[in-house]
Design a protein around this ligand. Structure first.
Ligand SMILES: Cc1ncc(COP(=O)(O)O)c(C=O)c1O
Length: 425
């Protein structure tokens, strides 16, 4: 199955041309060039609303995990529909403020928050810190004391669960750096009086990403609920349970659970509980809402293998190199052109700069375009300037309208702040 035949998406062929909502993608490419990320406003919002709808019985606080895509237009579109944010840095906090997020819907995780980041988040009045270690807890208490503020805290516990996903996005086991083990977390809750400025009243878990089935979530939530039960039996009041993100999406041949299937597994587990549910979906909301367009430069055949060389590299989209991720690759102009079996590669000086291995792709002419699908999450957000390449532009489409929502970086952007000192000249 192709992503194009997936239930919610706004990318489709009209005759031979690939469209995003009502706009022919090649007409955007003509003006903006490549490499280029294109987001569908409708697909983005629809995915967010799917979660709202599926969980409406408990009215959770839905905190979009900004790390998946922090484009300001994406963030604003979600805020307009009531989303909060899961942030992990001072930069993300600033972006949340720029789009006028409701700070009572912002939670802050990360295993290494700096003093400045903690101060700024306290000043901003976020809902709570998701705290990942005891030293961090002490530090937040110290800073809150200096600022004469009281601060709400959830402990990110590590439920020690191995999720069936790529090792690099598996976060719920004690072999990983995330969260606090259960015994330590329990002793913190029971001794919370020693943290003068903290109100420790939440539990947070996030077991990993691109998890397509409900079972790992159910296992982690059940384990956490038993932990909460034991705490409550000892007199601790848990007011927030943040179940993190991690919902998987369609890339190739997955059959990921829908928001409703996910809700039908989670809601019965938390029925009758007094805590407020918090969720942190990232990929689920934005992953299928984006495509990445690149231009074919030429094909090279070394007698053993064919390589289709494109103008985008692993600096623009690192997921295939970093996680062996699969992205469907289709031409902007569907033609009767035959397919060619090749590696689709970028210009970066790394053997790992490969978007697809031994893939059958449309044998398009040099100068024509390909779209890599399901690239809205962890695409632009993870891009870099490796090989002194400016990051690509981003465009958002809504109906028949479109706009550049992030300019392409030019050389001037790349050397801003660089200096050659006198002793080197
Ligand atoms: C704490 C936390 N919450 C939420 C997410 C979002 O995960 P996903 O994009 O898989 O929903 C992540 C991703 O790494 C995370 O670390």
């Amino acid at each position: 199955m192709s992503m194009l035949s997936h239930p919610i998406h706004d990318f489709h062929y009209k005759q031979t041309d690939l469209y995003c909502e009502g706009v022919r993608i090649s007409s955007i490419v003509k003006k903006v060039g490549t490499p280029l990320y294109i987001y569908s406003h409708n697909t983005l919002v629809e995915h967010y609303l799917k979660i709202v709808e599926a969980f409406k019985a408990v009215d959770p606080i839905i905190c979009f995990a900004m790390k998946a895509n922090s484009n300001l237009a994406v963030l604003k579109a979600l805020v307009n529909n009531g989303a909060g944010f899961d942030i992990v840095s001072g930069g993300e906090l600033q972006k949340a403020r720029m789009v006028k997020a409701d700070m009572s819907r912002v939670v802050y995780a990360s295993v290494g928050k700096t003093d400045q980041e903690i101060m700024d988040a306290i000043k901003a009045g976020i809902l709570l810190f998701n705290v990942e270690s005891q030293p961090e807890l002490k530090n937040i208490d110290r800073i809150a004391g200096k600022m004469k503020k009281n601060v709400q805290v959830a402990l990110r516990i590590n439920p020690d669960i191995d999720s069936p996903t790529h090792d690099k996005i598996n976060t719920g086991s004690l072999k990983k750096k995330f969260g606090i083990d259960l015994a330590t977390a329990r002793s913190i809750f029971l001794n919370q009086k020693s943290y003068k400025r903290l109100h420790i009243n939440g539990i947070h878990i996030h077991i990993g990403s691109q998890i397509t089935k409900g079972e790992p979530f159910v296992t982690a939530i059940k384990k956490t609920l038993s932990f909460i039960d034991a705490l409550e039996a000892s007199g601790v009041k848990v007011e927030y349970f943040d179940i993190g993100g991690g919902l998987g999406i369609f890339y190739k041949d997955e059959n990921p659970q829908t928001a409703h299937e996910y809700a039908s597994k989670v809601l019965p587990l938390i029925k009758g509980r007094k805590f407020r549910l918090i969720m942190e979906p990232g990929r689920f909301i934005v992953g299928n809402a984006g495509v990445f367009v690149t231009k074919k430069l030429y094909t090279k055949d070394n007698g053993v293998k064919k390589f289709m060389i494109v103008d985008a590299g692993m600096n623009d989209l690192v997921r295939p190199s970093m996680y062996d991720a699969y992205h469907e690759i289709i031409p902007l102009k569907a033609s009767a052109a035959k397919k060619i079996t090749c590696d689709v590669v970028g210009p970066i000086c790394e053997s790992g700069d490969v978007f697809a291995h031994d893939r059958d792709v449309a044998d398009i002419q040099d100068g024509e375009y390909l779209a890599l699908l399901s690239t809205g999450a962890y695409g632009y957000a993870m891009s870099s300037n490796y090989n002194v390449r400016g990051r690509s532009a981003e465009v958002m489409v809504k109906g028949n309208k479109w706009a550049v929502v992030q300019d392409r970086e030019v050389f001037k952007d790349l050397i801003r702040g660089s200096h050659i000192p006198e002793f080197v000249t």
